[in-house]
Design a protein around this ligand. Structure first.
Ligand code: GLU
Length: 505
């Protein structure tokens, strides 16, 4: 038997912002597809028009663009198996509904909502299935003439899947192993509604996976209960031979581990659950996103990759290429993954360190602009190189190193009390002379000359350095002293010292 080409799909319903769990599902599909040289399809499952939210599709596409997950085929990408938006495939589904009806694997049901309610009231745990379907108004209990007449009259109906009772349905899951479910617990699911001439999720999903030649269905655990029904649908169509392999990914859990991660957990603990900021067009509510919160896409990818999978050792930092090499569906965990958002912050810090200073500087320049600072790019790069190990977000660089760009106008009272001694003004005036005479203001040369001067004068190194720092920074913080004076340059260093001596003396 020839190996089947690997084809996976990410098939969101455009009902709002993409949840971070959905991002992880897409990521795992992507890693799996790339690893096998296969294709990844982007399909929009929009057959439930009541839940359609304008802007959601664009939002999802923009999210993947930001995250660096490209699709090979699908809505906005094109391909041989389109259209990829289910609302544009009505005629295809109608044809397949007819196939099931003609084969006696599905039937037409006319029961109104009121009739169904009455049944529910009369029968405990009512379920529309083999035990009840012969008491209902459907094409199994009505004559062909009656059915045709009702349809001709314009009566609304649904098409239901006729599930044979008491049969063990085997679902082979690449993560969970074999899951066996007895068909008697399933109801005769609605596959199609005449009211909007659209199929339900189950039918459209199976027909599309078949026609789009999907080889592996990798999706969230919440879809596991649908899997037996999907297996039965494949069988009803006679498509067992090309049935995709299933892999149901573990749930994302609250950071505390008790229950499913929700948007409320994000609001409560202060982390985003969406990739990008989302403006809900119905409620006007704005929800934060990883992008706007200042996360690097690479950090988000790395963080998500490890929520439910690990490479089998304690390696944590992995690029997309490494993830593609190492990812293994069979190493995904069955149990839920705690959403440790602090780990996400740690990853962001690590990626800030990994990235070239120039790249971080590019991100810092607009933040400097917001604060009215325009500085030479090389200076920004130098500052970033010195300070980036102190922050988890690029935005935090401002707090950590604004003093490089803005001269202090005030001097921190506590620091002054502790570090500005009686002779500080005198010493700093002398130091200004020493610095003014230095030709090569490079870090090492400066340090050597100043240290020699301190030794010669028999001054206390700590006292000199503390006072020097206070004059340049305005307080006691900052990196290595000569890193600061080097970045500031001779002129600015001397100007700041002069001013500090005037104010503090
Ligand atoms: N439309 C479903 C969703 O929103 C797809 C589920 C599946 O992958 O089968 O997640």
């Amino acid at each position: 038997m020839t190996e089947r080409r690997v084809r996976v799909r990410f098939a969101p319903s455009p009902t709002g912002a993409l949840h971070i769990g959905g991002v992880r599902t897409a990521l795992y599909n992507y890693l799996f597809a790339r690893q096998h040289g296969g294709d990844m399809i982007f399909r929009i499952e929009d057959t439930d028009s009541n839940r359609f939210v304008p802007g959601a599709e664009e939002y999802i596409l923009e999210s993947f663009k930001w995250l660096g997950i490209p699709f090979d085929e699908g809505v906005s990408f094109g391909g041989e198996h389109g259209p990829y938006r289910q609302s544009e495939r009505r005629e295809i589904y109608k044809k397949y509904v007819k196939v099931l009806l003609d084969a006696g694997k599905a039937y037409i049901a006319f029961d109104t909502p009121e009739e169904l309610d009455a049944k529910r009231a009369g029968i405990a745990n009512f379920q529309y299935d083999a035990s009840t379907r012969m008491q209902m108004r459907n094409s199994l209990t009505l004559s062909k003439e009656e059915v045709d007449a009702l349809i001709a009259e314009g009566k609304q109906y649904v098409v239901r899947f006729k599930i044979e009772p008491n049969e063990d349905v085997h679902v082979n899951d690449l993560i969970r192993g074999e899951v066996i479910i007895n068909s008697s617990i399933l109801d005769d699911k609605v596959l199609y509604k005449s009211a909007d001439e659209l199929p339900t999720y189950h039918l459209a999903n199976i027909v599309d996976d078949h026609l789009m030649e999907v080889s592996h269905v990798i999706r969230g655990e919440e879809w596991l209960p649908s899997a037996p029904l999907h297996v039965l649908l494949y069988r009803a169509f006679g498509w067992e031979d090309t049935m995709p392999a299933f892999a149901h990914l573990p749930l994302l859990l609250k950071p505390e581990g008790n229950g499913k991660l929700s948007k409320r957990d994000g609001d409560r603990l202060g982390f985003p659950v969406f990739p990008l900021e989302w403006h809900d067009p119905k409620t006007g509510e704005i929800s934060s996103g990883y992008r706007e919160a200042g996360y690097l896409p690479e950090a988000v990818i790395n963080f998500l990759a490890l929520l439910g999978w690990n490479p089998g050792n304690d390696q944590e930092i992995m690029s997309m290429d490494e993830l593609i090499k190492l990812f293994d569906l069979s190493h995904c965990s069955k149990s839920g993954a705690k959403f440790d958002f602090k780990k996400g912050i740690w990853f962001n810090h690590e990626y800030i360190l990994l990235k070239p200073d120039e790249e971080i500087a590019e991100l810092f320049v607009p933040i400097l602009k917001e604060h009215g600072v325009e500085a030479p790019f090389e200076k920004v790069v130098a500052v970033v190189g010195m300070m980036k190990n102190r922050v988890s977000f690029v935005r935090e660089l401002w707090e950590a190193c604004s003093f490089f760009f803005v001269a202090p106008t005030e001097y921190d009272e506590k620091t002054v009390k502790k570090r500005w001694k009686e002779d500080s003004a005198q010493c700093m005036t002398e130091l200004m002379d020493v610095l003014a005479g230095i030709e090569d203001f490079g870090i090492e040369n400066q340090e050597k000359i100043v240290m020699d001067w301190i030794a010669e004068k028999e001054y206390h190194t700590g006292n000199i350095m503390n006072a020097f720092r206070l004059t340049l920074v305005g307080e006691g913080k900052g990196p290595h002293m000569f890193d600061i004076s080097w970045v500031l340059g001779k002129e600015e260093t001397l100007a700041r010292m002069k001013r500090a001596i005037e104010v503090l003396k």
